[in-house]
Design a protein around this ligand. Structure first.
Ligand code: ARG
Length: 572
């Protein structure tokens, strides 16, 4: 069964099509009526006729019995008011539908999402927050839409730094190293290795020898490398669990996974005649990419020293995703500074015929997390900030906020709730910002119960649930038709019926903030309704109608939050 929007849109399209096939009615939720269609003006222009006249003709053609009534406003806007039968029908349908009107994709797609992707033996800092949180929201949204999601954690686990890391591991001993890494002191380990490398020539020589041994497949060196990788991956998994992110260690396909396919990447590019020797490095020059001086830009696939780079690995990964994973869609959730890298990788893959036109492939870029000074978020000492530190701090703040409110929760319950609030604070602040934009990390604002925040939405949800606790008895949907006599009820219902489109537009554009905006707007619609319309003190069928609106409001907020990866506790 179609959503309200679809029902209107289809009827409008039939009428528009009769005048000009394919003309877009441009249907939107509206404050002037329930919905407004603004497509008449463009249609009239294309027909070379007067908009008013065309509007009259469209209205004549429209079959909206039992769906909506329509009036023409201004130069040709169509104002649509939903029919009581349709409203009643749709609300009852939503009450019976755990998916709240969102259809499951008739043809599921295989969607590969490359996200989080931290580096071995390096701390997960605030910079990894965005990729992890946005990627996970997109994974959950795609799964909810019925698609098959394959998450890929393209962990940086290869390259020359591993020489010094392994040499340092030897020095401190495996057990001590494992202990240091497992508590998440990844940066400390890395820095100690670096410091020795910079100061000590003998160490440098050992590190270099280890790089050669690692690349040559020496068993002992590989084993030590594994220790580093496994410890780091275990630590990343802990961070994911702490954040309530669905990525697991099964999703890890580090850069090293593609090592034995890199020769083929280079060989195949050479056979295709795409490789060019540029200063001793093997490169592809995809058309359309130039530097500031207008010179063509290379994508380096094999360096002068014969080593393969980041780009070669990404080409191998892309081929794997198309051929082995049979991806219909590929999403790379990686920071904006890597835009050119991905554009060039995609361009080269298309030139080589590795990326079929029908595979949608997109770099889903995101901006930076800034400190209060609007510079990159760092500690006072200029260090990057650990993700777990932020999370712990958010939990502490949430505990303080909770202690200022009256509740009858035990200390362990407070802790649990504070954890849920903390995650919601951090995730929502991130997701509700249009992803390409930077934002300032302001924990105090994020944890607040007021404003456009995660805790505000969680609280809005819990407040609706509390109505049912106070009711103290089972309730059933209203017998008679929904009256919706007040403006606030109608505005709330319009919001409730719009969930499927809000979800779809957020998913299509890979823009979680659209769903956040929708949920914030819905919570406000609920507040206006609840301020104006008594629920528990209403009687008879009116009470049942209003309870039904409350139930739908709570369900919609909870479902919307859950597909974004945010929990909705029943009580706060
Ligand atoms: N590890 C990389 C970094 O920290 C991100 C990897 C992104 N994914 C990819 N397929 N290149 O910058």
């Amino acid at each position: 069964m179609a959503s309200t929007y679809e029902t209107l849109d289809r009827a409008l399209r039939r009428a528009f099509d009769a005048l000009a096939p394919g003309a877009d009615p441009v249907l939107r939720l509206s404050e002037h009526a329930d919905y407004q269609a603004n497509g008449v003006m463009a249609l009239a222009k294309s027909l070379g006729r007067a908009p008013r006249e065309v509007a009259v003709e469209v209205v004549d053609l429209l079959e909206l019995d039992g769906v909506a009534s329509v009036t023409i406003a201004g130069p040709g806007f169509l104002n649509l008011t939903l029919a009581p039968e349709l409203l009643d029908h749709q609300l009852r349908r939503l009450l019976d539908d755990a998916r709240l009107g969102v259809a499951s994709a008739p043809v599921p797609r295989r969607v590969v999402i490359d996200y989080s992707s931290p580096n071995v033996a390096k701390e997960m800092h605030v910079g990894h927050l965005r990729g992890t949180v946005i990627g996970d929201a997109l994974a959950r949204m795609n799964r909810f839409a019925g698609h098959h999601v394959i998450a890929r954690n393209h962990v940086g686990d290869w390259g020359t730094p591993f020489g010094m890391l392994i040499a340092h591991l030897e020095d401190v001993g495996e057990d001590a190293a494992a202990a240091e890494l497992s508590i998440g002191d990844l940066d400390g380990f890395y820095k100690a290795a670096r410091a020795k490398f910079d100061a000590d020539e003998a160490f440098q020589a050992r590190a270099r020898a280890r790089v050669v041994a690692l690349q040559g497949g020496d068993a002992e060196t590989r084993r030590l490398w594994r220790v580093l990788v496994d410890q780091s991956v275990a630590y990343f998994s802990e961070v994911y669990a702490k954040l309530d992110v669905t990525m697991t260690s099964d999703d890890v396909r580090g850069e090293s996974f593609y090592n034995d396919r890199l020769d083929d990447v280079v060989g195949d590019l050479r056979a295709l005649g795409l490789l060019v020797d540029s200063d001793g490095a093997w490169c592809v020059f995809p058309p359309g990419f130039t530097n500031r001086d207008g010179e063509p830009l290379p994508l380096i696939v094999q360096k002068r020293d014969e080593g393969f780079g980041y780009a070669a690995t990404d080409l191998a990964a892309l081929r794997d995703r198309v051929t082995e994973l049979r991806a219909n869609e590929m999403i790379y959730v990686v920071g904006a500074p890597q835009s050119q890298h991905f554009e060039m990788v995609f361009a080269v893959a298309r030139m080589a015929g590795w990326l079929p036109d029908e595979v949608r492939c997109e770099h889903v870029a995101f901006g930076n997390v800034l400190g209060p000074d609007r510079k990159m978020f760092k500690t006072r000492g200029g260090e990057t900030i650990k993700l777990v530190t932020l999370l712990d701090e958010a939990v502490e703040r949430a505990e303080v906020v909770l202690s200022e409110r009256t509740h009858d929760l035990t200390p362990p319950q407070v802790r649990e709730l504070a954890t849920q609030i903390a995650r919601a604070s951090i995730k929502y602040a991130d997701l509700s910002t249009e992803r390409q934009r930077d934002y300032v990390f302001d924990l105090e604002r994020m944890v607040s119960f007021e404003g456009d925040t995660g805790p505000y939405l969680q609280y809005a949800h819990a407040r609706v649930r509390s109505i049912f606790r106070r009711l103290g008895e089972a309730w059933s949907p209203p017998e008679g038709p929904f009256a919706l006599d007040t403006h606030q009820e109608r505005e709330l219902v319009k919001g409730l019926l719009a969930f499927p489109e809000a979800f779809a537009s957020s998913l299509d554009a890979r823009q979680p903030h659209r769903l956040c905006n929708y949920l914030f707007d819905l919570a406000q619609r609920f507040t206006s309704f609840y301020d104006a319309c008594p629920v528990l003190s209403a009687s008879g069928d009116l009470r049942a109608q209003r309870l039904a609106l409350c139930a739908l409001s709570a369900n919609t907020i909870a479902l919307g939050l859950s597909v974004l990866g945010i929990e909705a506790p029943a009580q706060m």
